[in-house]
Design a protein around this ligand. Sequence first.
Ligand SMILES: *Cc1c(COP(=O)(O)O)cnc(C)c1O
Length: 381
Amino acid sequence: MLAYLDHHATTPCDPAVVAAMAPWWSEHCANPANRLYRPALEAAAAVERARGQLARVLGSRAETVIFTSGATEANNLALKGVCEAALAAGTPRRRLVSLVSEHRAVLDPLAYLGRHGFPVSLVPIQPDGLVDLAQLEAALGDDVLLLSVMAANNEIGVLQPLAAIAARCRQRGVLLHVDAAQAAGHIPLAIDELGIDLLSLSGHKFYGPKGVGALLVRPGLKLAAQLHGGGQQDGRRAGTLPVPLVVGLGEALLGAEADREERAGRLGTLRDELWAGLEALGGMELNGVELNGGAPRLAHNLNVTVQGVDGTRLHRLLRQRLAVSSGSACSQGSPSHVLAALGRSRQQAAASIRFGLGRGSSDAEITLAIETVAAAVRELR
Ligand SMILES: *Cc1c(COP(=O)(O)O)cnc(C)c1O
C-alpha cells in the first residue's frame, strides 16, 4: 500500500467531475466561439454555466471569470496584465509588493517584472508563517501599484489575514491580487465582500482536471491581455476554450464547496491524529502556526521538521510507502524558500515532511504514515 498524502501537489479528479466532462470531448465537440449553429451555442452555454458556478462559489459575478490553463497562467496574466495596463495608462505607481513565502508562480513573474521597470519588495513572514500586518502596511507606500498575497500557503498551510490585508490595500489605493490555488474549494472566499481585485485558482488543486484554471478580475479593472489571437473571452485571453476542462472546473468547485466543511472537519481530525503520533516519536517540530481549533491554517496540511536525521535518507525510506513532499525543491536540491523564511536551515528543510491530506484519506493511511516515519526515524537516529 502506498498512501497518497500529497494533495497540495495535486488532487485526484473527482469521478463525478470526469463524468460531467465526458460528453464534451466527442459527442458535443463544437467550438463555443462559433455562434452560427446550435451545438456551438450549447457549448457556449456550458462555458457560461461554469463561469456562473465559479462566481457563485467565490462571491463574485460571472463576467469576472477569465479561464486560463491553470494558476501559473492566471498569476502571470494578473501581474503582467496589471503592469502593462499601468504603463499604457501612464500610472505613476510602479512598485509591486508580495511576501517571501509566495509560490514560484508569483515570485518568478515578479522577478521578471522587476527586470522590466517594476521594482519588487518582498515582505518577510514571522516564525509562524504569517505576515506582520504593521510591516506589510509599512511596505504599502505611495508608489505601490499592486500587492500579491497567497490565501493559503502550499507548503505550510497557513492562511494570511485576507480581510485585514484587503482593507489596507483599499486605504492605500493598492490593487490586491490573491493566489488562491490552495484556498479555493478548501476555505470560504468572498471576493466582492473582501474587495479582492484579482484572484487566481487552479482546477487540479480542488479535485478538478489538470490544465485549467481561472483568473477572476474586478469589473472595470484595466488588464492587458497576455495571449493574443482569436479574440476569445472578450479579447482578454485568446485561444479556443477547452470546453470539457471548463465544465470540469465548474463542477469540481461546486463539488468541493458541497463537502468543504465536512471534509475540513474530518481531515482536521486525521491531521491532529497524525501530529499526535509523530510528536510522540520526539524531536519533531511543527512548521507554521500552532494546531488548534481557530488557528489560521488549512485543515488538511501538516508540515514537520524531523530533528537529527538526514533528509535524503529519510525521504528514501518514506517513499516506499508514502507519497509526501520534502522541504527541498528536488530539482536543485535547494532548500524550500518558505521553510528558510521560517528560519529552518538547509539540513532541517531537507529533513522536513509535507503531508497534504485529501478527500480519500483514511485512518489506515494515517496509521501507515505514523508507522513509516517511526520506522525511518528508528533506523536513522
Ligand atoms: C499549484 C499552485 C500554483 C500553480 O498552479 P498550476 O495550475 O499548476 O499552474 C500556483 N500557486 C499555488 C499556491 C499553487 O499551490
